[in-house]
Each structure stands twice: as C-alpha cells, then as structure tokens.
Design a binder for this molecule. Sequence first.
Ligand SMILES: [Zn+2]
Length: 292
Amino acid sequence: MLGKDDYLNMKFSAQYLIRLDDACPTDKREIWDKLEDAFDRFGIRPIVAVIPECADPSLHLTNYDKKFWSRIKRYRDKGYAIAMHGYKHVYVTKGAGLVPLNAYSEFTGLSLDEQRLKIKAGYQKMLSYGINPTIWIAPGHSFDSTTVVALRLETEIRIISDGLALFPFEEEGFLWIPQQLWWLKKMLFGIWTVCLHPNMMTEESCAHFLTDLELFCSKITTVDEILKKKEYLHRKKTFIDIVFEKIFFMQRNLKMMFIKLTWSTKKERNSSPLLIQKQHNYKDSFSDNKLM
Ligand SMILES: [Zn+2]
C-alpha cells in the first residue's frame, strides 16, 4: 500500500501507458501502421483495444482486412498488451456505470445473462483466432458491476484499463489501471494511460502525436512493467485518488458546460457539440467522443 512518503518520493516520476482504441478489420490501417513503425523505433509497447466482432458502422472506414487477426498476433508478438474492447462496439443502453463518463453503453444495465453471452462470444471469438486478451476495455468506458461479474465468470481477464486514480488499484478482484488522459501531458507523478483513437487521426494529428511521443518516450512504460510492481496488485484507492477523481469530474463538467454554451450561441443545435469527427490536432479528442 502506498503511503504519504511514497507520494512525496514520486515527484517528477510520472510514467505513461499508451492505449490505442478500436482495432477492427475495417480500421484506418495507414495510421495504425504509422504508429506501429514509431513504436518500433522508440521501443514502445502499447495497449491495443480490439473489438472482437465489430458492428459499429462508424468504424467501417476501409475495406475488410482479411489479415486483421494476423496483425493483432504481430502486435502481441511485439509485446503489446491486447485488450478485449467490448463485443460489437454497439451502444444499446443509456447507462453510464462504474466510470460515469458517457450515458450510453454496450453493457451497463443489461442482465447478467445478457452480459455473459456477449462477453463469452467476444472472448471465444478472440481465442478462436489465437488471441488471449488479458485486459478489459469497455466501449465508451461504460460498464457496471454486473459486467465485472460476467468477466470473472466467462474469462480469465483480471485487468481493467479504466477508472480515475493516480496509480493502479485493486477493486472487485480486478487490477484497475486507470485511464485519465487523451494526449501526452506533463504530470508530476502517477501512472497515466493516454487513450488514442487512431481511426480518428489525420496524417497531421498523427505527426503531432509522434512529435510529442519523442519527447515523452523515456517516460513510457508497459503493462508488463506495472504487473512486476507487486505493490499495485493489492493497492486500494486512497484519499488522494478520490480527490483526484472529484477534481477530474468537476473540471470536466465545467468544460462541458462551456462547450454547450459556446455551441448554442453558434446556433448549431442540430449537430452534437460533443462529436469531433476528425482530429487534426490529436489533442482535440476528449472523453465524450462517440468513438471512445
Ligand atoms: Zn471504442
């Protein structure tokens, strides 16, 4: 368990994990390939969130890639951490759940039987292609305690990449590796997962990210390194984590209020202010993007 002294000693020791969401056979391969080349150069091993059976029309960006699962195997062989990203990536309920960032979900609010069916189908599909996912990532961050039970019953996954905290923590029998950033940002201490959506990146925003990556690459860690640090395995959330979470949501709510106000003054009410279709600057991505 980390105490006050540990936090003081951790000044300027922030480390980052890179997470790439929405890998699927119709994803934007040219951007994924560019990122992979850069990760090879810098020796970075990110988390990749793979959709087992993608049925989300907004992710049909290219022709179906018959070699998709070979690509995922290549990522795995390079030491990337492979996560199961929901089942079909289709939102069917309006629930937020344990990480209340978005009021839509593929899982939240469904019965245990319904969730078990989806999770079993997704997990078995990945296993059938020789991929053994070790991490859970819910589409839209939206899942509930029932999802966690279903994961325990249907899979061997015991890590969740989500939640707001400064360091990984143990809850409901799972190790939660928090995900708090959507771009690389200088922090003093903590373990920060930076979630990116390559399918929304343009050539320009990808180049922007790679410039940042070069600056931060010595600070980037891997899931394997985190697992080696046994102190996280049974760490409970502390007071400081809870304060961080509250500040995160306060800032976010203020930001959303500001965006909605700005949007309504522009009289563009027919489109959602929360939807950014293309990231010309990769920092334009934020937590309500519908592709998360
Ligand atoms: Zn997603």
